[in-house]
Design a protein around this ligand. Sequence first.
Ligand code: ZN
Length: 244
Amino acid sequence: MSTHDLDLLIIAAHPDDAEIALGGTILRLTDRGHRVGILDLTRGEMGTRGTVEDRDQETAQASQKLGLAVRRNLGLPDGRLVPGVSEREAVAAVIRELRPTIVAGHNPNDPHPDHRGAGELARDGWYLAGLKRLAEQAGGPPAQRPPERFIFQSHTGFDPTLVVDISAYFERKVEVIQAYASQLAPSSPKDDGAHLLRGRDILERVTHKARTHGGAIGVEFGEPLLCAGTLSADSRLLALLGSA
Ligand SMILES: [Zn+2]
């Protein structure tokens, strides 16, 4: 068994957050045979559109299209995600079990309270995963803190440390997001998309963002990442994105 079983673990508040932020990056990694996993913290049961059952089915479809090695859900309360001691220790336990080399989470400054909480849980869970005593108390796999951690972008912009060229994967990223059909279509004639922070058309927003970030590095479509800490020239993520 290798030291790390997963190459990248993305920790997200709601099913579809990881796809919207990093779908192209995931495809670029899984196409190269790397192992990517997603830990969703909630099942999105407070969402304005669709039912939990719809979402579970859509999530399974999206996971398949992405070629994920593993997808987990902690089942924390959607819309009420509060990062307490038990929540962060639960995230740490998943990190110790799945042993990723790289962890990516929400921006802890996101205006959506769930995203903010999920960002804190990714950061704190990542830290706690490395504490030996805590791992011993939990009685599961040994302590292990992933060497690299990144932050992905949902609502709040940031000056990215790097932009991943996803031009070759953008069409497939859109297909993956389209797997979440219940989230894309209005749930009733009264649903004008006013609950969405930045306009009613999710795909249009995704396209606009990808073009803007791609433009910053002179390619058609891109996804931004912020390195938590200093990015090493020997970054594992950079190596994985580049290797054939
Ligand atoms: Zn979300």
